[in-house]
Design a protein around this ligand. Structure first.
Ligand code: BES
Ligand code: MN
Ligand code: ZN
Length: 524
């Protein structure tokens, strides 16, 4: 895992001249449906003759102008670029289409190489930001572990592994020029989009990194390196397996004890120079591999379980991005890092473990490990005075059944705060939907052997998992609830299918845009 920074990826600039005059490998323009066919969208600053030639070419290749469609054309005379890619916007008016613009830009840069200029018409700075985000996120490519020098990265070979790592930034787009006429505030918007895209890329890299390489300790080191590379004042502290055991973190200790790669809790603290905003705490599920433990998963379900640390990746990435952008909100972020394996010392169904706050939990299914790790982190956040907590986790298959693979489930104990999260998601262009925490399901977490059973009813698994977590977002002692929201990203965090819009195959960086937006909204 090499760090990702703005300068190490794609150099981005603004262009104000006509797209026809840009000397680039690929020029990206936009089309809209026109009856059965397509035409260039309004708002392109192109000579009439060029517009005519391109419209004729669009007709010749049966372009539709629909969202997610794109066609590549040879550049007509009068256009300096070598190649033109026309991406479809559909019928959404440009002024309302942040999500459409983000996706259309992503579709266009996905396969692009070399220098790219994006001239997709947009109505305002928010539209410009969506175009830049989409273009940068669409251009993402995971380098992979390749070549003679690559080693297997097993624990005995750590030194070697680090020196042979393939550098990040393997994207084939080398420079991005964005055509806009939005004026003065454009530079600020572009800078923010770059920082966000870097954060998303880094979260994707972490998720894509094979689980033999991204152990809990390797995750810790990746975070330390990224904080250093970003040059931000974030304090990083680590609890190792001995400290976790001695300090009563029975949840994460139990999950990690079946693995040769011991667990960690990482704390990242961002303290802005001046801030009047209430502090926010983030908690991320960081299971570097979820085999299920003794309740082992069938092979087909286990195949993508390197992605079970996507919540931790998202909260870490968003925290670093907030610091880079100097967002004036104090943030404390807790990463619960463990590997869930069925080794000889693995925890058993029937075990009773004691969580950080003293709650005892009867283990029923070792595959419900995420809530144990998160529970301990929520206790720690609560104990350290958190006033608003957001946890992010690939928590339940049930959430994917309920909402599909592209929608995050949002639960919480404070309606206003849940709405804030949902509002941030909408602004950021991520699909999130509220799920309830029904009182009647609480009884299904009763255990005859401990304070709490660790799974509930077979039905509504996302909700009982949420109810389990809710208990730990409370002040120790009097158990007053602390404002808390829970994001189940089991579906959106990993794309097993084909790339779509600005979203690649594999790790997606889900929740990073929403978390950053939430912090920014808080700073106001
Ligand atoms: N990491 C999984 C949830 C998951 C499933 C994430 C699919 C991404 C895609 C989690 O640890 C898990 O195994 N959950 C169980 C809970 C059950 C045992 C109560 C599940 O969803 O089946
Ligand atoms: Mn599991
Ligand atoms: Zn899991």
């Amino acid at each position: 895992m090499s760090p990702r920074t703005v300068s190490s990826t794609i150099s981005t600039s603004l262009a104000t001249k006509s797209p026809a005059d840009l000397d680039v490998d690929t020029l990206v323009l936009a089309s809209v449906p026109d009856g059965e066919a397509a035409r260039l969208a309004d708002g392109h600053d192109l000579p009439n003759k060029v517009v005519k030639a391109l419209n004729a070419a669009l007709a010749a290749v049966n372009a539709t102008g629909k969202p997610a469609s794109q066609v590549a054309l040879p550049a007509p005379s009068g256009v300096k670029a070598r190649r033109v890619v026309v991406t479809g916007l559909g019928d959404t008016p440009v002024a309302e289409g942040g999500d459409v613009l983000r996706r259309a830009a992503g579709v266009a840069t996905r396969g692009a190489t070399g220098s790219v200029a994006v001239a997709i018409p947009h109505a305002d700075v928010a539209g410009l930001a969506a175009v830049v985000e989409g273009a940068l996120m669409g251009a993402y490519a995971y380098p992979g572990i390749r070549g003679a020098k690559a080693t297997d990265g097993s624990t005995g070979d750590r030194k070697n592994k680090r020196s042979s790592e393939t550098p990040a930034g393997s994207t084939k787009v080398t420079s991005l020029s964005v055509v806009t006429s939005t004026g003065k505030s454009a530079a600020v918007a572009v800078r923010r989009a770059e920082v966000l895209a870097d954060a998303v890329s880094w979260a994707r890299d972490l998720v894509n990194t094979p689980p033999n390489r991204l152990t809990p300790q390797a995750f810790v080191e990746a975070v330390q390196e990224q904080v250093k590379a970003a040059g931000v004042k974030i304090a990083v502290t680590v609890l190792d397996e001995n400290e976790l055991r001695e300090q009563g973190f029975g949840g994460i200790t139990g999950v990690g004890q079946g693995s040769a790669n011991p667990p960690r809790i990482v704390r990242l603290s961002w303290t802005p120079k001046s801030s009047s905003a209430a502090p926010v705490a983030f908690v991320g599920k960081g299971i570097t591999f979820d085999s299920g433990g003794l309740n082992i998963k069938p092979g087909s379900s286990m195949a993508t379980m390197k992605s079970d640390m996507a919540g931790a990746a998202a909260v870490a990435a968003a925290t670093i991005a907030a610091a880079v952008l100097d967002v004036r909100v104090p943030v404390t972020t807790y990463l619960g890092l463990a590997e869930n394996m069925p080794g000889g010392n693995a925890q058993r169904p029937g075990d009773v473990v004691t969580m950080r706050d003293g709650t005892t939990v009867e283990i029923l299914d070792t595959d419900a490990e995420g809530r144990m790790v998160l529970g301990d982190c929520l206790c720690l956040a609560s104990q350290e005075g958190a006033e608003r907590i957001v946890d992010v986790a690939t928590l339940t298959g049930a959430c994917v059944v309920a909402l599909g693979t592209r929608v995050t489930g949002v639960m919480g104990n404070d309606e206003a705060f849940t709405q804030e999260v949902l509002g941030a998601a909408q602004t950021a262009g991520e699909q999130m939907w509220p799920l309830p925490l029904p009182e009647d399901l609480r009884a299904s977490l009763d255990s005859p052997f401990a304070d709490l059973a660790h799974k509930g009813d077979r039905w509504g698994g996302a909700l009982t998992a949420g109810l389990f977590l809710e208990r730990f977002a409370a002040t120790p002692g009097d158990r007053t609830p602390i404002t808390w929201a829970h994001l189940d990203i089991a579906g959106p965090s990993y794309n097993e299918g084909a790339p779509w819009g600005h979203v690649p195959k594999g790790g997606t960086g889900a929740a990073v845009p929403t978390l950053l937006t939430l912090l920014e909204n808080h700073a106001h």
